[in-house]
Design a protein around this ligand. Structure first.
Ligand code: AKG
Length: 293
């Protein structure tokens, strides 16, 4: 059962590596987001939006040619994208911010939050799977290297918000707290692994998960998918988060428009978050990419 309470979420996420919560979106809001997602996906499939996740690549950088098919649309808050204002408002929704602050807590304040990524994951035109991976630890890492990275705070919260029922994410609960077992190291990229589960989200539900949990995706071309894929950081993450975020492109960040947010307080908070990401980009310079494809 998803919960609407934020209390205790951090402990659950730390224990299991993922949690499921309600986004509190109304049916009307969900429908509006579905229509906007449908429109930008059509644009992306037609080659009219270059920031896309293309088959068969798993990790950035992705070519902007959609002819082999796409599995995601990037940069939803880019002011050049239709409906960017709707996606920006959704990203900065007070419910999401409250959950993120709780997960980054115990005393996380608005001034410590950093805007990160907001993308859309969609049904590919042919079945497609992602290999087992941790987002920011390469498969070549030794057990000691894995443990060293896993032992540090995450400094961010990452989520999937499903607009349609979504069972594409497969993960191994608790694997964010340990190095890979021998079986996991020796397994094929798409093998069924002991303890794996599918995370099933009903429309409007969100899964927050540790992006260094062992996970993969399996996408059925016949099942509609429109899942908003976002993350927010903590300012102390600094350079540790920079590559993960900035490898997805940075030209759009400064232009993110906040006029559609409801209150002055929300706009100020969001502007601070956006500006902290701009500053991070200026400070770290070129980051390269987290993974080879
Ligand atoms: O499709 C998903 O939900 C998972 C995506 C994923 O694993 C990734 O972007 O690294």
């Amino acid at each position: 059962m998803p919960t609407t309470q934020t209390q205790g979420l951090k402990a659950s996420l730390e224990r299991d590596g993922f949690i499921i919560v309600s986004s509190n979106l109304t049916h009307a809001e969900l429908e509006t987001l579905r229509i906007a997602s449908h429109n930008i996906t059509a644009l992306a499939r037609a080659g009219k939006w270059p920031h896309i996740r293309t088959l068969p690549r798993q990790f950035p950088p992705w070519p902007s040619d959609p002819s082999l098919g796409i599995w995601g649309v990037q940069q939803l808050m880019n002011p050049s994208l239709p409906d960017h204002a709707l996606f920006t408002k959704t990203y900065f929704a007070p419910t999401t911010l409250a959950t993120v602050r709780e997960l980054l807590g115990p005393d996380c304040r608005d001034e410590q939050l950093v805007m990160e990524l907001f993308n859309l994951l969609v049904r590919p035109d042919e079945n497609f799977e992602l290999r087992w991976h941790r987002d920011d630890i390469p498969p070549t890492a030794t057990a000691d290297e894995e443990l060293a990275r896993l032992g540090r705070p995450a400094f961010h919260a990452q989520w999937n918000m499903a607009l349609y029922r979504d069972a594409s994410l497969i993960l191994i609960p608790c694997s964010h707290r340990r190095a890979r077992s021998q079986v996991e190291r020796e397994a094929g990229p798409y093998d069924e692994l002991p303890g794996e589960i599918r995370v099933v989200l009903e429309p409007g539900e969100m899964a927050f998960y540790d992006n260094n949990i062992l996970h993969r995706g399996a996408y059925d071309s016949k099942v509609e998918r429109a899942t908003l894929h976002g993350s927010m950081g903590h300012v102390e993450g600094g350079g540790l988060r920079a590559r993960n975020v900035l490898q997805h492109g940075r030209e759009w960040i400064e232009g993110v428009e906040l006029g559609g947010l409801e209150t002055e307080k929300e706009r100020e908070r969001a502007a601070g978050m956006r500006d902290r990401l701009v500053k991070l980009g200026e400070r770290v310079g070129e980051t390269g990419f987290s993974q080879d494809d």
